[in-house]
Design a protein around this ligand. Structure first.
Ligand SMILES: Cc1cc2nc3c(=O)[nH]c(=O)nc-3n(C[C@H](O)[C@H](O)[C@H](O)COP(=O)(O)OP(=O)(O)OC[C@H]3O[C@@H](n4cnc5c(N)ncnc54)[C@H](O)[C@@H]3O)c2cc1C
Length: 447
């Protein structure tokens, strides 16, 4: 069967809605994978290589999900994932190597840190950092002594009780805490103090993709049957098969692997026709799904130190324009990328691009009064995105990580399976976690 015949087999579809370069497949499929992010791609590749007929159904017009390289500014901007976190033995490093895709090491310490326009000396920063480490150790002890899990925010508040911080110390503390909020994509009050660092990490430096993470997606999706612009609305048991009702047509498969983001599951955007166990429903509710947003600003010229990797600043609100990545060393462009997490990231989503540009520029003008107006910008709004509903998962107070294991459990007698970053306890919230979870499901099905 050639590409055109395959398309004809998918009644009601036009070519633009389907990318198909793989081998022939007709209904019912052995497996339908819902979502063409890294988890979905990993599942489909592993199953197809063993001869299974696999169709990926993807709601967007593109693959990659939360790996998204936007080219609208004329150069690659990763508005979703940027880094291979921990590049040693990381499966994503291996993929980049296999495809000959260039990566670049990030040195987070190659940063200049500023408060109200003044650059903070390294010595001062180290002093404040030591205080911060002491505070974290106290907070960890308080959490440890507590009868039940509390939030990181509550533990810090108790550790700080009675202490009078100067304005400068308070702003410095805000800055260091911004690191947690930006990384977790969640407020301190939303994060478990007991299990904040309970996941596993690969060793080695973080590396990013100067030409975009999307290169991996393009390579991985080639050769797979992927039905794009098709949202799955309902999954039901049809006796012998599982039936998927989509915005285009009804599909059938022996088995289904759902890889949609936790935010989509939380919003009940897919009707599972009571196929989900109470434990699964509980886990969907129990895990946290946070928010990290990015803003890319392109300037007519570079007025900052071209060699530094990050321009950081103290701010009144945690994770509010507190860190800008310099895109000169990454993309050779006069551009900066801001990272904002938690409550501030949520507030950003109701503001216009113009408002966000003005806010970001006024924050930067504290440091570089002569910085010109940007000529172009890009903004992510992951929470408002119906196919994401946020950025990635985290453990709220009271959650020890076992909900991730429940997320990974199959339903409907093993025919309805789950993969994705929120299904892998050891590596949640990462690209490699999503990838490994997809491979896990394929291995279990093949096994
Ligand atoms: C701003 C940001 C920065 C990040 N930075 C990093 C980083 O630097 N390093 C890192 O390792 N990780 C990072 N992450 C996390 C990483 O991007 C994710 O963990 C990973 O990409 C998730 O892959 P996934 O396959 O589980 O889900 P997704 O990539 O979200 O894929 C799920 C797919 O399902 C589709 N879908 C949704 N609903 C439906 C439906 N009803 N029917 C059909 N299809 C549907 C979606 O469109 C999507 O394509 C970041 C994430 C964000 C948002």
């Amino acid at each position: 069967m050639n590409r055109r015949q395959f398309l004809a087999g998918l009644s009601g579809l036009t070519m633009t809605h389907c990318v198909f370069e793989g081998h022939a497949a007709t209904q019912p499929y052995d497996v339908i994978v819902v979502g063409a992010g890294m988890a979905g791609l990993a599942t489909a590749i592993a199953l197809q290589s063993e001869g299974a007929s696999v169709l990926i159904v993807e709601a967007r017009e593109r693959c990659g999900g939360r790996v998204w390289t936007d080219q609208a500014l004329g150069f690659p901007c990763d508005l979703g994932a940027s880094w291979i976190h921990g590049s040693r033995n990381n499966p994503i490093t291996a993929l980049a190597g296999d495809f000959g895709v260039k990566t670049l090491k990030t040195d987070y310490e190659n940063a200049s840190v500023h408060d109200r326009g003044k650059r903070i000396s390294d010595q001062q920063l180290v002093r404040w950092y030591r205080d911060y480490e002491g505070l974290l150790a106290d907070a960890a002890e308080i959490a440890e002594d507590s009868d039940q899990d509390i939030s990181v925010g509550a533990a810090l508040q108790r550790a700080l009780k009675g202490e009078r911080l100067s304005k400068d110390e308070a702003r410095a503390l805000n800055y260091f805490l911004s690191g947690i909020v930006t990384t977790a994509g969640a407020d301190l009050s939303e994060l478990s103090a007991w299990y904040l660092d309970s996941d596993q990490a690969f060793a080695g430096a973080d590396r990013l993709f100067p030409d975009g993470y999307g290169q991996l997606v393009a390579r991985l999706s080639a050769g797979l049957a992927i039905l794009t612009e098709t949202e799955v609305r309902k999954i039901a048991n049809d006796g012998k098969h599982l039936r998927l009702e989509t915005t285009r047509q009804t599909l059938r498969a022996e088995q289904v692997v759902v890889t949609v983001p936790l935010g989509v599951l939380k919003a009940n955007r897919i009707d599972f026709s009571q196929l989900l166990s109470p434990a699964k429903q509980q886990a969907i509710g129990d895990l946290g799904f946070g928010l990290l947003n990015k803003v890319v600003l392109k300037f007519p010229e570079v007025v900052w130190d071209q060699r530094i990797e990050f321009i950081d600043r103290f701010s009144d609100q945690v994770s509010q324009w507190s860190t800008f990545m310099n895109l000169v060393p990454v993309a050779q462009q006069p551009a900066l990328m801001a990272f904002c997490g938690g409550t501030f990231a949520r507030q950003m989503e109701s503001r216009s691009d113009g408002q966000l540009r003005d806010e970001a520029v006024s924050a930067l003008r504290e440091i570089y009064p002569g910085i010109p107006d940007p000529t172009a910008m890009l903004v992510s709004r992951w929470a408002s995105d119906p196919y994401a509903g946020g950025s990635y998962s985290h453990l709220p107070p009271g959650q020890d990580g076992s909900a991730y294991d429940v997320m990974a459990q199959a339903e409907a007698g093993g025919r309805l399976r789950f993969a994705g970053e929120a299904t892998i306890r050891d590596y949640p919230a990462t690209v490699h976690g999503a990838w490994l979870s997809g491979q896990r499901e394929a291995e279990q099905m093949l096994g």
